[in-house]
Design a protein around this ligand. Structure first.
Ligand code: TRP
Length: 342
């Protein structure tokens, strides 16, 4: 089981906590997304949790409409396949709940250009998509703040790369509260220290990313042969010694991190269990562990997708539940800022 003390931030007040997270349906879900985000979502089963398919965020980068239309329900199915119960949690698509876009507009008026300019993701994505630096890419963190704040969220489980976005969300909320009273709960990020970042298999000094070439990541949809092939090709080094040393041995360290995360063991334990073995054996161990981890998820995913009515029904019901909660916050905000409501 996962060790709950292994977190950067976890203030646990007595009231029933609200957990909120989201993933963009903009590509293959990778092993990195799984370890950094999805897998941790089910830690919060007993809390009031919302897991969102952030389809509006995806539009900040050009999407193929036909693909996006498929990827959104597919990601929702994956949430369920990873163990989230859609009766206990609210699993839904962002665009089905208009309150997100509505609150986002209001929060835009309480966010400074200077703050948004400092966001590292904005800088990185502007470089990646130099031909399409649109206003949505710039205000992306404001929509994300709206997602989080609408539900009076306490905890946001995310990968390390999203920490800055949760921080700006807190800043916006604090600014708003200081003018209008306690309207928003201030959220805390929940980031698992040891597994916060899974690196690319082909360039292990870079984060594993679904927008990079195919061989650099393992997708949650890869079959066992593909998983084995990709991991076998992972870049290592010429030292031929299994040792955790991210600076000098980023490739081997990344493989050890993956193994440690999936086996719920410390890196030291994993390192010891492999002492004296070669890289081939390390890779085989990683491949086998990933294959075993993904097999039940893939099987469950197939079942969910085979039932043509199940998922649409769940998503409609859950969007209605989300909208009900979101509307409470939105109404309060409209009132506070002085929008006339007959
Ligand atoms: N920006 C997040 C990512 O790219 C996805 C996201 C959108 C999100 N809204 C959110 C994550 C709200 C946590 C909370 O991974």
């Amino acid at each position: 089981m996962i060790n709950m003390s292994e977190v950067l931030n976890n203030n646990a007040p007595e009231k029933k906590q609200v957990i909120y997270s989201a993933v963009q349906p903009s590509g293959n879900i990778t092993l990195g997304n799984y370890i950094g985000a999805l897998r941790n979502f089910s830690l919060f089963e007993d809390k009031e949790s919302l897991f969102c398919v952030a389809d509006l965020h995806s539009l900040t980068v050009r999407q193929d409409p036909a693909q996006l239309r498929k990827r959104s329900p597919s990601l929702a199915a994956l949430y369920i396949a990873c163990g989230l119960d859609p009766e206990k949690n609210i699993i839904y698509c962002q665009s089905h709940v208009p309150a997100h876009a509505e609150l986002s507009w209001i929060l835009n008026c309480y966010t400074y250009m200077g703050e948004l300019n400092r966001m590292t993701q904005f800088k990185a994505k502007s470089q990646q998509h130099a031909d399409n630096i649109n206003a949505g890419l710039f205000t992306y963190p404001v929509l994300m703040a709206a997602d989080i704040l609408l539900y009076q969220t306490d905890i946001v489980p995310v990968g390390l790369d999203q920490k800055q976005h949760v921080e700006i969300c807190r800043d916006i909320a604090q600014r708003f509260n200081s003018v209008y009273g306690d309207v928003f709960t201030l959220p805390e990020p929940y980031i698992r220290k040891s597994t916060a970042k899974i690196m690319s298999l082909s360039e292990p000094t870079k984060k594993m990313s679904k927008s990079d070439p195919d061989e650099s990541f393992v997708s949650l949809f890869d079959d066992p042969d593909t998983i084995r092939r990709k991991i076998k090709r992972a870049v290592t080094d010429s030292e031929a010694q299994i040792r955790f040393d991210p600076e000098n041995k980023p490739g081997v360290s990344n493989l050890l991190t993956i193994l440690s995360a999936l086996k719920n063991q410390t890196v030291e334990e994993v390192e010891q269990s492999l002492s004296g073995l070669g890289y081939g054996q390390l890779k085989e161990a990683v491949a086998q562990t990933v294959i075993e981890e993904f097999a039940p998820i893939q099987a469950r995913y197939k079942e969910i997708m085979a039932d043509k009515t199940y998922l649409p029904t769940i998503l409609k019901e859950n969007a209605a539940r989300a909208q009900y909660l979101a509307q409470k916050t939105l109404r309060k905000v409209y009132k506070k800022v002085g929008l006339y409501q007959p």
